[in-house]
Design a protein around this ligand. Sequence first.
Ligand code: CUA
Length: 265
Amino acid sequence: MLAVACLIAGGLWIGLHVNLLPDSASVNAPIYDELFKVLFSIGAILFLGMLGLVIYSLIRFRRRDGETGEGIALEGNLPLEILWTAIPAVVVLFVGLYSYDIYERMGGMENMNQSSHDHSSMKTEQRIWGGIGASTSQLDSQRGLNPLPVEVTAMQFAFLFHYPQGDILTGELHVPIGRPVSMKMESNDVIHAFWVPEFRLKQDVIPGQPTILNFTPNKVGKYPIICAELCGPYHGGMRSTVVVEEPDAFDSWLSKNSKQTASET
Ligand code: CUA
């Protein structure tokens, strides 16, 4: 009992104190990190527990001097078998339900509803993309700010970002801190995936079926955008950058680039 208590305490300590994740730069990130801490704690407890049992068995049941043969064959311990079936079942059930809850809190189910019901998805898109002022997700609506619309086009092997406001086309995503961003993404060729580890967000970009990704950045900095779906020989090079900046800096970037576009055309 003491060993099990120490194991659980040690696993929890590792799960809560060892941080393997990159910077956290969106409102989503703390929700995701909560799940990661729980999974990491469970993983640490199971890993250390099994490792401990293996090492204990290696020492306790080693072949001693003068011993020959295979040792005693043990089989058929019903209570033990029930226990080692029940524990993983409970753990897996808990992890499944908890992950679902986290996914829902991050607005994942909302996006799924948008893409699974074609007719309502048109309306939802109209709501976000037609009328500014509509809320984009549970998280974003809390902030009460107009979402910034960005159209994303993925292709072999780049992301292109188009800002309807100012008609800017760029390969580098710029977003202001603290304001919800609503991205409508579509692919020109094969399936890609938009991934920003610091935002804890990943969404497939699919040809012929737009996907919506909403997020609110909350830390100034430059973060990598990585394609997370094997999409061809240069998949590994399909990277870009998202620049999260203060509203003033973003506004000046926006006006500077929309002027350039205006003078070019
Ligand atoms: Cu695009 Cu991998």
